[in-house]
Design a protein around this ligand. Structure first.
Ligand SMILES: [Zn+2]
Ligand SMILES: [Zn+2]
Length: 285
């Protein structure tokens, strides 16, 4: 078959191969004009075309790794081999409404900087690099096969107007495209103005977001497994409230996925953790 056949074929197959070829040509020109630069170290030499992190920076990211709680995904300091699937104290206590939560990395270093620059500095160029981390955290997780729909934690329209974009929506859309899974960014709405959660204590956070969300079109989530995307998991209060709202509207399962997880250093203290959590589930949160 001659090399130009992709350009001359009619029909869907011809159009898709033509589109692919055009995309590759455009990417090639783009790489020549704007060579890829690692978001971690700025290096242009060691990064493969189309990637956002170079190998060494990717390997050095503070990945959250098992053993972890199978529900909330919080990593264990140590867990006996035969108890790696043990639930943490929080999950045993039934504190989470979502069916599972996963985060790619700890909220620190370059990723923390990237999230802050995206959120408060409007550096949208961080979206592909951060969504690559979301993809890494969910693509091989058994939950991924069950996901029907990707949605994002919504912003109140006043905050959306002020910021101009919802970083979680941008991340969710980029991830959905890559998985690929359907994405409905208007499925969930934040209809009540809330104080930023970072300023509040845990108990106040619960009160702050209670009843803040609504599902616009329940038919879209009914009977579906929803992947709910946000940037950072701190106490999980907002994600929990979203999950509660989605389940009330009929969602069969909700999996919370964040780029990063903020776990205060003191919670890693082995002695205090083991005194709080049951035997075999020494937990970092
Ligand atoms: Zn690098
Ligand atoms: Zn847990």
């Amino acid at each position: 078959m001659p090399w130009w056949s992709g350009w001359t074929e009619r029909g869907a197959a011809g159009r898709s191969s033509r589109r692919r070829m055009l995309k590759e040509v455009a990417a090639g020109i783009g790489d020549l004009l704007f060579p890829s630069q690692c978001v971690g170290c700025g290096d242009m030499g060691r990064i493969r075309p189309g990637a956002f992190w170079c190998g060494p920076c990717w390997d050095e990211l503070p990945w959250i790794q098992p053993p972890w709680c199978p529900i909330c995904g919080v990593p264990y300091l140590s867990a006996p081999k035969d108890r790696e699937d043990a639930w943490c104290g929080d999950c045993i206590g039934g504190n989470h409404v979502f069916d599972a939560a996963r985060s790619a990395v700890f909220y620190e270093g370059k990723v923390r900087q990237g999230i802050l620059q995206l959120k408060f500095g409007g550096k949208l160029s961080w979206v592909p690099a951060l969504s690559e981390l979301l993809f890494e955290a969910i693509a091989r997780d058994p939950w991924n096969d069950r996901v029907d729909l990707v949605i994002a934690v919504p912003l109140h329209r006043r905050r959306l107007r002020h910021r101009g974009f919802n970083q979680s929506s941008l991340l969710a859309r980029a991830l959905a495209r890559r998985l690929p899974k359907p994405c409905r960014l208007d499925a969930l709405e934040r209809n009540r103005w809330t104080e930023p959660q970072t300023r509040l204590q845990r108990a106040d956070r619960l009160e702050n977001v209670k009843g803040a969300f609504t599902v616009k079109h329940p038919g879209e989530v009914e009977g579906r497994t929803v992947l709910l995307v946000d940037d950072v998991f701190t106490t999980g209060t907002t994600l929990n409230e979203c999950a509660r709202t989605l389940k009330k509207a009929g969602a069969s399962a909700v999996i919370a996925l964040t780029v990063a997880r903020s776990i205060p250093k003191h919670r890693f203290h082995k002695k205090s953790a083991s005194s709080v959590y049951p035997e075999g589930s020494v937990c970092a949160e």
